[in-house]
Ligand binder design. Structure first.
Ligand SMILES: *Cc1c(COP(=O)(O)O)cnc(C)c1O
Length: 474
């Protein structure tokens, strides 16, 4: 059957069974929106278990000691933390409140790592008092932490955040080069109050080759730290583990080919003929690669089997010889399949020049990452009893902010059987970043509620319960 809605250049989402089941139940969709308002973020975390399993199997195949820490910033629900911990994973936290929430939720200290880019005194104190490992970013942070630990007679547990000096890797604002860390440690000498537990890095992008190279660099730093009398026992390779939102490589490549030859000013595919970075290769910085060949387990397998150093050992062997645990902090890829956003159609109209528009009870910060667009087709559910007849159209989705450029998505969509106020639009697979990373409460519009699936139905996430007082539905 032809879908009720698809991109003019289609990018068909891969759906999980729970999404298909809900999308097939118009009554259930209507009820969720009636009770919780539009948009609403729906979570079902069973896919996380599959995602974790794929990574663990790859590590086990190489006999690599391995642990996963869910990057909390990718999704703000407590449900995500609970699921990760139930699966035996830890959590990577990036602020005082993320750490505080995890501790209060009962996540044990050894299952936590603090990777915040800038760390408040309160965050340093909370980590030290609870013996949580901090990823150290710079010397000022290290000095502040040591002062705090000394004052309290405590030991600070840290991982050194490594900024690679490999010329093939883009310069980074995060961490320090190995030589800078070693110089600092040689100057301060061994300290009672400092325990170096590991080495940490996180790279932009999704390159397995780059990660293999920085793993090798990290192991050289581990060796140097051991020579200085420290006893680090893990390397944490951060996140950026790839996933795929789209199954069809041809659709993905076809979309970029079509966009490349679009005449200037032609809005048949994108708003104001937006090139979104022009070609798939150039777009790699502008948008997420929504289709990727190598993901999760296979991607990790390649890294572990690769030989990045001068010697002939694989990454897996280099780790094993040193008794080093490999850790990672995936956000997006663990949340693959765990979320969907549902929004209600407010109106169907035309721009002043006649271009069709479909307005949603939603704003563009509610389905957007730092990427220029979410390149996955939403699905339409005819839930309304329309006041006006539906007729086929080709339109853009616009949102609630009072800005001309307030597009929910920048691509154009076909509605072969029309769309009416009161219908629902579902954005699939929004659990990683899309719902939360840039959402704003501008215009005093309420933030979307977060619901988690449990045997009794859709329940408000524990993290939302507190904020209900001010979250009065508009
Ligand atoms: C954002 C971030 C992650 C998660 O990245 P993903 O692309 O979601 O896997 C992990 N570690 C650090 C330090 C980060 O900043």
């Amino acid at each position: 059957m032809q879908p009720l809605m698809y991109g003019t250049a289609p990018l068909t989402a891969r759906l999980e069974p729970w999404m298909e089941q809900l999308l097939g139940d118009a009554q259930a969709c209507r009820e969720v929106i009636r009770e919780h308002g539009s948009p609403v973020n729906l979570h079902e975390f069973s896919s996380m278990s599959r995602n974790i399993g794929e990574l663990r199997r790859a590590a086990a195949d190489h006999q690599v000691d391995f642990q996963i820490y869910l990057a909390r910033k990718a999704n703000k629900t407590i449900g995500a933390i609970d699921q990760a911990v139930a699966e035996g994973c830890g959590v990577d936290v990036a602020s005082f409140h993320e750490l505080d929430q995890c501790l209060k939720r009962g996540v044990p200290a050894e299952r936590l790592i603090v990777t915040a880019a800038v760390k408040s005194q309160a965050l340093l104190r909370l980590a030290v008092e609870n013996e949580v490992v901090l990823s150290l970013d710079n010397i000022d942070e290290a000095l502040e932490l040591l002062h705090m630990a000394d004052e309290r007679g405590r030991t600070a547990r840290v991982a050194l955040r490594l900024a690679s000096d490999n010329p093939l890797i883009a310069p980074t604002r995060f961490g320090l080069r190995a030589a800078q860390w070693l110089e600092f440690l040689e100057a301060t000498g061994r300290l009672e109050s400092l325990e170096i537990r590991g080495v940490h890095f996180h790279l932009n992008g999704y390159s397995g080759t780059q990660r293999a190279a920085v793993l090798e660099e990290s192991l050289r730093l581990i060796d140097a730290l051991r020579d200085l009398g420290h006893a680090p026992d893990f390397v944490d390779m951060g996140g950026g583990i790839p996933m795929s939102y789209l199954d069809d490589a041809q659709q993905w490549n076809g979309f970029w080919e079509a966009l490349a030859v679009l005449p200037e000013g032609d809005e048949s595919l994108t708003w104001k003929s937006d090139r979104l970075g022009a070609t798939a290769a150039e777009a790699s910085t502008a948008v997420y690669p929504y289709h990727q060949e190598l993901i999760r387990g296979q991607w990790l397998d390649r890294i572990l089997a690769s030989h990045p150093g001068q010697g002939s050992d694989s990454v897996a062997r280099m780790l094993g010889q040193r008794g080093i645990q490999l850790r990672c902090e995936p956000g997006r890829t663990l949340l693959d399949g765990c979320g969907m956003t549902l929004a209600q159609v407010a109106f169907v109209k035309t721009r002043s020049d006649g271009l069709p528009l479909v307005g949603l009870h939603m704003n563009r910060t509610q389905c957007r990452s730092t990427s220029a667009d979410f390149l996955v087709d939403p699905l339409l559910i005819h839930t309304a009893t329309p006041r006006r007849e539906r007729s086929g159209l080709s339109a853009f989705l616009v949102g609630a902010y009072c800005i001309e450029e307030e597009l929910i998505l920048r691509r154009r969509f076909e509605f072969p059987h029309g769309v009416a106020a009161g219908d629902l639009v579902a954005f699939p697979n929004t659990g990683g970043y899309l719902m939360h990373i840039i959402e704003s409460g501008s215009h005093q519009l309420p933030l979307a509620r977060n619901l988690c699936r449990d045997p009794e139905g859709w329940m408000l996430d524990a993290g939302d319960e507190r904020s209900m007082e001010w979250q009065v539905l508009a």
